[in-house]
Design a protein around this ligand. Sequence first.
Ligand code: MG
Length: 367
Amino acid sequence: MRITRISIYQVDLPLHEGGYNWSGGKSVSVFDSTVVGVETDAGLTGYGEVCPLGPAYLPAYAAGARAGILELGPHLIGCDPIQLGALNRRMDAALKGHPYAKSAIDVACWDVLGQAARMPIAELLGGRYGADFVLYRAISQDSPDAMAQRVAEYRAEGYRRFQLKVGSKPEVDIKRIRAVSEVLKEGDLLVADANTGWLTHEALRVVRAVSDLDVYIEQPCLSYEECRSIRERTNHPFILDESIDGIEPLLRAAADRCADVVNIKISKLGGLTKARQVRDLCVSLGIAMTIEDSWGGDITTAAIAHLAHSTPTELLFTSTDFNSYVTVSIAEGAPQRQEGRLSASREPGLGVTPRMDVLGDPVMVIE
Ligand code: MG
C-alpha cells in the first residue's frame, strides 16, 4: 500500500463553557484543531487530529502543526502507511522534534492499518480491558466556589474524578482545593494540577496546607528538578505531565520514584506508535497513567479511547472525552461518554467518519 495524498483541514472548536483557564492566566476560548486525511492507492483513507492547548502550554501551536505536516508530507508520499515503525523513523529523519506535527499523521496511518486489517485500533494496540474505562473532568480555573459548583454539576453527570486547574496564588489555590473537597463523596478522586504554575516555595505552602486532604498533586513546577524537590517533601500521591515528553524523562522519573502517575498525551509523544511504547513501559514499571491528549474533538477522542481501552484497567488512572467539552462535532461514530465512562469503537480503525461538511475544503494538499 502507498500513500497518494495527504490533506490538511482546519476546524475551530468552541467550548460549551465559553473558555478554559489554567495556570499563569492562560486561557483558550476557541480551539484551533487540525485534521489530516491520509489517502492510499488501496482506496482507504485514514484520519488523525492534532489540537494544541493554545500556543503557550507545550512547545506546540496550531499553525505549527500544519506547517510541520506540510514539511513532512512530501517525504511520505509513496510510503506504506501500515508499516508504522518505518513510517515513524522516516518522519524523524525528515524533521527533528516537533512530535505534535507527526502525531496526526501517525494516528491517520493507524486508522488505515485498522481499516486494512478490519480491526479496531484498540485490538491492534494489545486488546480491550473491560467494557469501558474511567474518565476525569478538567475544572477550568475560577473562584473556589465556582469550581466547587462545577464539580457538583459534573458529578451529577456521572464523573467521579476531577482535575482542578490551580497553579496561581497559593492562598487561593488552597481555598479551591478545600472548597472542592467538601462536595466530593467517598470513592471520588481529586487532582490539583498546577500546570507548572508554582515556584517551589508556593508549592510547599499548598501541599502543607492541604496535607489533611486526599488529593493528588500534578506537575507543581516548571522543571523536573523543582517537581522532584516537592515530591521529596510531600506525601501526596504525585503526578508528572509536562515533564514526561518521552522515554528518557519517564525512565528518569521511574528511577527517582518521582511519579505515581504520569500523563500520556498522544500528541506530546508524537502519535499512537510512540504513546503505546511509553504506555507499555509504564505497564512494565507499574506506573499508573492518565491517557489523553492536549485537546481535540471527535477524532482525537476516538484515538484516546483506543489507547485507553487497551491499557490494563488497574494502570489506567483516568482518561478524557474532549469531544464533550466542545460544541462542534467533526466526525460520526466517535465515542460518547456514559456515566463518566467511555469505550472505544468496535468498528475497524478509529471507527469514525469525518463530517466533511464541517471540515470544509482542505487548507493544504500534498500529493
Ligand atoms: Mg496536566
